[in-house]
Design a protein around this ligand. Structure first.
Ligand code: FNR
Length: 186
């Protein structure tokens, strides 16, 4: 069966560059892999009181979606040199769920920005946060797409160099999944 990656998009707006990058990743997914986007916009603001009778259904479903994935791909913009609150909110929710879904989970982190730095600081904040959750994220060769607006057309990334980098990142993620599964004896 196919290797399944869950895709998280750190922007909610319809025309998001992040969503364009995610669609491109779905298009470029290596043979035998697929990316299914898990929505995060409908999750409530984190409030421990909402957990009084168990976590909200939306959180349970989101956590289950992550657990069921072999790996996770995150595409995020940078807001004020960090990740958008909506993404942090989603991560905070699942970090407090039983069987934390990010523990030992291979994750590829991709940031994008119309600006010159490609959201690299959001990219690194995400690494910091995922470290606490014991994720196995890809290190080295950060994927921070700068000047993203000039690298896309008709809802997809057209810049050849960027497409190569994205393809390579997914191949590295698939490889990490295979290694993790071997270590687990799966
Ligand atoms: C931004 N933007 C931005 N860009 C950047 O490179 N570094 C930053 O710190 C910020 N900060 C920031 C804060 C807020 C509140 C907004 C709304 C925007 C610009 C941002 O990169 C741009 O709007 C992207 O297009 C957002 O990504 P999506 O929505 O297109 O995926």
């Amino acid at each position: 069966s196919k290797m399944k990656f869950a895709g998280l998009v750190g922007s909610l707006r319809k025309g998001a560059h992040s969503a364009t990058v995610m669609r491109t990743l779905q298009e470029l997914a290596p043979e035998g892999t697929e990316i299914e986007v898990l929505e995060i916009g409908h999750l409530p603001h984190y409030d421990e009181d909402l957990k009084a009778d168990g976590s909200p259904q939306a959180v349970l479903d989101f956590a289950a979606g992550l657990r069921g994935a072999d790996g996770v791909v995150i595409v995020t913009p940078e807001y004020n040199r960090s990740m958008p609150g909506v993404l942090k909110n989603a991560l905070d929710w699942v970090s407090k769920e039983p069987e934390p879904p990010f523990a030992d989970k291979p994750v590829a982190i991709i940031s994008q920005s119309p600006g010159a730095l490609g959201g690299i600081l959001a990219n690194y904040h995400l690494r910091q946060v995922l470290s606490v959750m014991r994720a196995d994220f890809l290190t080295g060769g950060e994927v921070a797409i700068n000047g993203v607006a000039g690298k896309m057309a008709d809802g997809t990334i057209t810049d050849e160099g960027t497409r190569k980098v994205l393809t390579r990142d997914l191949e590295r993620l698939a490889q990490m999944v295979r290694v993790v599964e071997l270590t687990r004896g799966a």
